[in-house]
Design a protein around this ligand. Structure first.
Ligand code: XMP
Length: 549
């Protein structure tokens, strides 16, 4: 078995240079990361209060070096006593910095600029007049000294004055909409030397509504930070396969819990490409699967990809343990624990296993407590970040832990994943139990499964399935009167939930045409025995979450 030190050393050698985004809680923080990655530079989101020493170490490393720092936006004003503030000494780290919105205000604020509170807020598209600079290079005709573009603004406070900075852009309401400084006050206080340039923009280059926003970010990444292009899906797949090969060694064995969802499927496929049948996938039917899911997973991975698989029919064990459990978190706990037990049993039957592969993705790590914010509250415990590896005494492999959902889909496509798995909506670890409110019973599961299937079928038929993030049916214990034939009778209430979202951090209900909702409703009451009413969930996240439990 390969030793841990050599694995860690090899992994460190493979690390990519990167840009980091310090997250002050802005609504577009993730978008900044996504855009930079799309532009070809590996980018990570870090908490705003990342210790200076850590950043310093990152900058000084030979491999996996931090080449630039972006400060995100924030819902706070720099004047609020509890507003998030990073160590101001980052301005002195000898590395290019770009402040966006709040980030720009913070840089101005600590360098003697005047940030006015809420008097000239701007929301939406605004015309920016800019001057020639590295940041705006290529935005205008060669030789011209500046130009104008439409940019996206979303701010309450405004930088009113910033003496000592080069003002390189302004709008009607923002006299300092873009600036450049080369000398921080720390240097002015005695530390001498040429500092790299620090930029600030009041607008949001990461938002599509900003004309040529990508070019502005491109300039920062490539011209100002001197990054190399090191992030494409093809290179990710190639490097990951090599990384897995060297981490697992020539005779290491891996097990992977396969649920049929895109994350675990992509994880399994990547590992399978690297080590072939030294990977064994464990697929547990917990009775909480979607209609037809079991058959599809077995067919795809066992028959099509010829993977080594263990199938465990644990429907009854799960239902028995869920009996009488009503609370959402308690259900998750029961399901998570039983899943671990079954996994342990199967792993010990297999014997000789060294690694456990998990399909954890980037937003899982963030929602399950703070990859980017130390203070992030635990919203729901996503069970794939649990205690499985310690319990099993196995080393963990999480090949897609740095990826966003869209990136996982691109990786899956690159690996030849069939469209029915590639294009399916996300499905939660606790399965249909997340959509059955209150106690999970066989009858409620039947209603939820059948009704969800109808929702999906109708969306596919009407061309909406690929346009929405997630769609399913929810059932609880509420009943309502209906008329069946000539008789009045009580039946279950089914709620349809269809949401659009980016990365599931926020979501909005989809304004489906009434015709589509009507056919869903008709089919559910006609085809799913025991349902009298169908309703549509029209809450956004926040305050609601996507799943009801
Ligand atoms: P919520 O309901 O928190 O869901 O808005 C956000 C996204 O996560 C999925 N989800 C889960 N995934 N285990 C998972 O693996 C879970 O316990 C879980 N709960 C929610 C949900 O389907 C949505 O895509």
């Amino acid at each position: 078995m390969p030793d841990r030190n050599s694995i860690e050393k090899r992994e460190a050698e493979k690390e990519k240079d990167k840009v980091v985004v310090l997250d002050f809680g802005g609504q577009y923080s993730h978008l900044i990361v996504r855009r930079c990655r799309e532009l070809g530079v590996y980018t990570e989101l870090l908490p705003y209060d990342m210790p200076l020493e850590e950043l310093k170490k990152g900058i000084e490393r030979e491999k996996g070096k931090i080449k630039g720092i972006i400060l995100s936006g924030s819902p706070f004003s720099v004047h609020e006593p509890n507003s998030p503030k990073c160590s101001f000494e980052i301005l002195d780290l000898n590395i290019p910095i770009l402040g966006i919105c709040y980030g720009a205000q913070l840089i101005a604020y600590v360098n003697g600029g005047v940030v006015g509170e809420g008097r000239k807020s701007e929301f939406g598209r605004t015309e920016l007049l800019f001057e020639d600079s590295d940041l705006f290079d290529g935005l205008t005709e060669r030789g011209s000294e500046g130009g104008r573009i439409n940019v996206w603004m979303s701010h309450g406070d405004v930088i009113e004055r910033f003496d000592g900075a080069d003002i390189i852009g302004y709008t009607m309401n923002s006299p300092v909409a873009a600036f450049r400084i080369s000398i921080s006050p720390y240097r002015a206080c005695g530390v001498v030397g040429q500092s790299p340039t620090i930029y600030g923009v009041q607008f949001h280059p990461e938002v599509h509504h900003t004309d040529k926003g990508d070019k502005i970010l491109w300039n920062f990444l490539y011209k100002i930070c001197g990054c190399e292009r090191n992030w494409t899906i093809e290179s990710f797949v190639r490097d990951k396969i090599e990384e897995i090969k060297s981490a697992v060694g020539n005779d290491g064995r891996v097990i992977c819990g396969l649920s049929g969802g895109i994350d675990s499927s992509t994880t399994a496929l990547l590992i399978n490409k690297a080590i072939d049948n030294r990977l064994t996938c464990i697929f547990v039917d917990n009775g909480l699967l979607r209609k037809g899911e079991k058959e599809e997973v077995l067919n795809t991975f066992k028959n099509n990809f010829k993977m080594r698989m263990v199938f465990v029919d644990a429907k009854e064990r799960f239902l028995e343990r869920l009996w009488g459990v009503k609370d959402a978190e308690a259900k998750r706990k029961v399901i998570g624990e039983l899943f671990i037990n079954i996994f342990e049993e199967e792993a010990s039957k297999l014997g000789n296993v060294d690694f456990l592969a998990q399909g954890t993705i980037y937003p899982d790590r963030i929602e399950s407590a703070g990859a980017s914010s130390r203070n992030a509250s635990r919203i729901k415990s996503h069970h794939n970040v649990g205690a499985l590896p310690e319990k099993l005494g196995l080393k963990l492999i999480e090949p897609i832990k740095d990826l966003y959902k869209d990136e996982v889909r691109e990786v899956a496509k690159e690996l030849g994943m069939p469209p029915q798995i590639l294009n399916q909506h996300p499905f939660p670890g606790p399965g249909l139990a997340a959509r059955v409110i209150g106690e999970v019973t066989e009858d409620k599961l039947r209603v939820c499964r059948e009704a969800s299937h109808i929702v999906e079928e109708e969306l596919k038929r009407s061309g909406w399935y690929d346009k929405v993030w997630q769609a399913f049916a929810i059932v609880g214990d509420d009943v309502a009167t209906g008329v069946l034939g000539d008789a009045r009778s009580l039946g279950r209430i089914v709620t349809i939930r269809v949401v659009e979202s980016r990365e599931a951090m926020t979501a909005d209900f989809v304004k489906l045409p009434y015709g589509v909702l009507e056919s869903m409703s008709k089919r559910i009451t006609n085809e799913v025995k025991g349902v009298t009413w169908v309703t549509y969930a029209i809450s956004s996240k926040p305050p609601a979450t996507i799943e009801p439990c």
